[in-house]
Design a binder for this molecule. Structure first.
Ligand code: SF4
Length: 895
């Protein structure tokens, strides 16, 4: 863990990755003026590892597309004008309609100090709990489930437990893509411990299955049947940990009764889950046999109308068997965002109060109000995300302040959310990017600083608080979020209460509150940080809360003493009656839409979309569907598909694979109107929510699919960014030194040569054109050269199967084309096929599929390690190892 780093360049910062909840420590250095990012071997959460997204962070450190100054109704303003107008409008709203007419919608991307100030402002000074966060979309079922079971929103485990367990059950999580460094850690633990088994429970065969001895391809949404069945099985087999249950657990009988009711018959579980009795018995026996079991779960569990129940169905099994609070055991929620956990700590959800205190608890309210010296304190929960946008449409909320998130894309039924955003009397959007689907609708825009420019804390999945540190100046007039919020609060008259000079002062205030009248009654306590000064804040060592004077270096594992945070100090098993998804497939919408992340993109692509390296893995928004479903709907690879639900429709490229079960389709969540004509998947996701947590059901929307026929299909590669938004279909991404556009149109232009010049905004001075047109086949190809250098090219055909873009894209790296390249340019194929590396597999070393296949064939490679030795692929972040394994199997026919 303390491996010395060979320093060959200037280290400018040790900070934390801004993407997922793994919370990896990164080292940023500068070499000849260029930033470089690598994993920090001293950070306990990643021990030097990074995934492809973390590795490519340096590519996102530019100011392209940044919001640079405040704007009011599209015109540049000063900060003073923006603050003054906001204060005036918020005050008039509150006076006219009451505090509940104002709301904030914030983000798990915020730092803890930003989040704390936003929450303090709304709940203590505006006087409403109408502040919700996009963590509602990914973590709120865990919060609700853990509070029911433990009395508090507590994740009991540490990543270290992965190294110490004998069985990892991964349920509802494509860990290999969504939490890649955890995945790498499990893989390493497997190498170190031959007794470690891995089970993956997921309807899809994902990259995570690469390390699994058992994959249970469960029917969508049936997890509660499976875990209720496990509970009954453990009881039948005498696996109840009697001393633990008798002394530390309540609700045992009721939970067991429900488990037997729904899942006492293994044949019923088999039918509901779509798994064989043998598979179930094998899994149940494995869980019973291995005392040290960790169940890792994520959005596949949470994003459901019964997500909270599913969380408790899992926790029940750990409580009954006493597999909690000891090394290598526990139900372990993997958080989605970098600071989803920090947001929960400060009460960022509309039904929480700061420092894990309860809004409904009078004593908690008065304690917080006293600490804040606030004139009032919200005493009833505010609107949860989906309800918030409905409340705007019903004129209950008039003014909305959105910070660091993009609800016009990420919310379900997002056309209605866009309607709500347009309906606001006042919409303020605070973001680091100028153009987002949400920012495009705002009256007031406020430029915020972002990763690399701001200072503060984040908390990851294992409760570890780490520093994000600034190392570069924010562009233009961008300011840290805490500063902007505090300034508006001061403008509204709360000068003293928001008079912060730096985030350290905010953190101190928060830490003091966490320890107030706590005495071990609340899980969240960081009172040992109450007095840290600037230097200690700067040097803060990543530590897991609670951080108290008794445990100043933090706490690895919770509930070791069998004491929980309920009134009785006992954990609660919850009776679970498995429920169906809110909207079931029917004749009109026969397929189930599942949504999720892909390996190399993050959220709505505002940062990852800037990285050419990350844009090569899946360059285009797609729909994954099973070959049988594809045939049934007359859909072939590369076809465009209209996917529609009761809530809207999107257009995606078909990707056919038997990794997905029949009856289900999968689409990524990332694309939006900045990157594609109509691929924002939230447009068709149903807005049904979990009754306890309010978390939407992103994993289960009934849809239908239909092949779309276009008059022409094409792609365009250009060194300059173009505006192709008038095309019927377009998809944009950034390559190395170029922009890549996929396109399709309903009508064939009269003259392709003219049309190409219009599309390329071509000024023909000093350029030469190469063109090819086959009139009968209606195929048009052209390249535009400046000197010998390829400036842009366009390929059009009535058939969607066009030449590979990879070789053509590689030509943009060359200063000039040689005669051979020019000769083959319009064929779209290299003279020597080995020059076409193929689609990117390894993002870190830009190794393409064709290169890997060729190496496997020519060098008789039989292992992933050998691929690494030959081509470097898979030897840095390891995120592509599952794909390398799959390629090996495909080429060699091995198992
Ligand atoms: S796993 Fe990847 S995205 Fe997540 S924190 Fe680590 S480097 Fe960042």
């Amino acid at each position: 863990m303390t491996t010395p780093i060979e320093v060959t360049e200037d280290i400018v910062s040790k900070t934390t990755c801004p993407y997922c909840g793994v919370g990896c420590g990164v080292i940023v250095s500068r070499d000849k003026g260029t930033y470089k990012v690598r994993g920090n071997p001293d950070h306990p959460s990643n021990q030097g590892r990074l995934c492809s997204k973390g590795t490519a962070l340096a590519e996102t450190l530019d100011d392209e597309g940044r919001m640079l100054y405040p704007q009011i109704n599209g015109l540049k303003s000063s900060w003073g004008q923006a603050y003054e107008l906001m204060a005036k409008r918020f005050k008039s709203c509150i006076k006219k309609y009451g505090p509940g007419s104002v709301a904030m919608y914030v983000s798990g991307q915020l730092l803890t100090e930003d989040y704390y100030v936003a929450n303090k402002f709304m709940k203590g000074f505006v006087g409403t709990a109408n502040i919700d966060t996009n963590s509602r979309l990914c973590m709120s079922s865990v919060v609700a489930g853990q509070k029911r079971a433990y009395g508090t929103d507590t994740v009991p485990c540490s990543y270290e437990d992965i190294d110490r367990t004998n069985l990892v059950v991964i349920v509802g999580s494509n860990t290999a893509w969504c939490h890649p460094v955890i995945f790498q850690r499990i893989r390493q633990a497997q190498k170190n411990n031959p007794n470690l088994d891995v089970v993956v429970i997921d309807p899809r065969r994902t990259a995570t299955c690469d390390i699994a001895g058992m994959h249970l391809a469960i029917n969508s949404g049936k997890d509660s049947y499976l875990f209720n069945g496990l509970l009954a099985y453990l009881n039948d087999k005498g696996e109840v940990n009697r001393p633990f249950v008798d002394n530390c657990v309540e609700g045992f009988d009721a939970a067991l009764d429900s488990a037997y009711d729904s899942s006492g018959e293994i044949t019923r579980v088999s039918k509901e889950c779509g798994l064989s009795v043998e598979q179930l018995e094998q899994f149940y026996a494995l869980f019973a046999r291995k005392e040290k079991v960790i169940t890792l779960f994520s959005q596949g569990i949470n994003q459901s109308t019964s997500g909270t129940d599913k969380v408790n169905a899992i926790i029940n099994c750990h409580l009954l068997s006493g597999r909690i609070g000891r090394p290598g055991m526990g139900a372990f929620s993997l958080t989605g965002q970098p600071n989803a956990m920090g947001g929960r700590e400060v009460g960022g959800l509309s039904n929480q109060l700061t420092a894990h205190m309860d809004l409904e608890n009078k004593e908690h309210r008065s304690l917080v109000q006293q600490h804040w010296n606030s004139p009032l304190i919200a005493d009833t929960p505010g609107y949860k995300a989906v309800d918030l946008f409905e409340a705007i449409l019903k004129d209950k909320v008039k003014a909305l302040w959105v910070i660091g998130t993009n609800p016009a894309v990420s919310m379900p039924n997002n056309s209605r959310v866009r309607e709500a955003l347009s309906h606001c009397e006042l919409l303020v959007v605070q973001d680091c990017m100028q153009n987002t689907d949400t920012a495009d609708l705002a009256h007031i825009l406020l430029p915020a600083s972002t990763w690399g420019e701001r200072d503060g804390m984040v908390t990851n999945s294992e409760r570890r608080i780490s520093r994000q540190r600034s190392f570069r100046k924010a562009p233009g007039e961008a300011l840290p979020d805490w500063k902007i919020i505090s300034s508006v609060a001061q403008e509204m008259g709360f000068e003293k209460e928001f008079n912060y000079n730096n985030p350290r002062e905010i953190f101190n205030e928060f830490a003091v509150l966490s320890g107030k009248e706590n005495n071990g009654t609340r899980d969240f306590d960081i009172s040992a940080c109450a007095d840290i000064d600037d230097k200690a804040y700067d040097l803060f060592v990543p530590s897991q809360w609670p951080i108290t004077f008794n445990q100043p270096t933090g706490t690895k594992r919770l509930f070791e003493d069998g004491q929980f945070f309920t009134a009785t100090r006992k954990a609660k098993m919850v009776a679970i009656n498995p429920a169906s998804a809110a909207n079931l497939p029917n004749e009109e919408y026969p397929l189930i839409l599942n949504t999720g992340r892909i390996r190399d993109q993050w959220h709505t692509m505002t940062r990852t979309g800037k990285s050419p390296t990350l844009s090569t893995h899946y360059p285009e928004a797609f729909l994954q569907l099973h070959p049988v479903d594809a045939t049934k709907h007359n859909i072939s690879v590369d076809d465009l598909v209209c996917v529609s639900s009761e809530w809207g429709e999107v257009t995606l490229r078909a990707l056919i694979s038997d990794d997905i079960p029949r009856g289900m389709v999968f689409a990524p969540m990332h694309w939006n109107d900045q990157y594609a004509s109509n691929a924002s998947i939230g447009r068709i996701v149903n807005p049904a929510t979990d009754p306890f947590s309010g978390q939407p059901e992103f994993k289960h929307t009934p849809v239908r699919v239909k092949r779309i026929h276009k008059a022409w299909y094409g792609f365009l590669l250009s060194r300059r960014q173009l505006d192709l938004s008038t095309q019927d279909y377009w998809n944009l991404n950034k390559g190395n030194g170029l922009w890549r556009y996929e396109m399709a149109g309903n009508d064939t232009p009269k003259n392709w040569a003219d049309n190409a010049r219009t599309l390329l905004c071509a000024n023909d001075d000093n350029v030469s054109w190469m063109e090819y047109f086959d009139q009968s086949a209606q195929c048009y190809r052209a390249a535009r050269l400046v000197g010998d250098s390829l400036e842009s090219c366009i390929f059009i055909s009535p058939d969607p199967h066009l030449p590979s873009r990879d070789w053509l894209m590689a030509l943009f790296k060359n200063d000039g084309l040689d005669d051979k390249d020019k000769m083959f340019l319009l064929s779209g194929r290299a003279s020597d096929s080995s020059e076409d590396a193929g689609t990117s597999v390894c993002a870190c070393f830009s190794v393409g599929k064709n290169t890997i296949v060729k190496a496997i064939q020519e060098k008789n490679i039989t292992t992933v390690d050998e691929i690494g030795k030959q081509l470097q692929a898979g030897t840095n972040c390891g995120s592509c190892i599952p794909e390398l394994t799959a390629l090996l199997k495909e080429v060699t026919g091995s198992n």
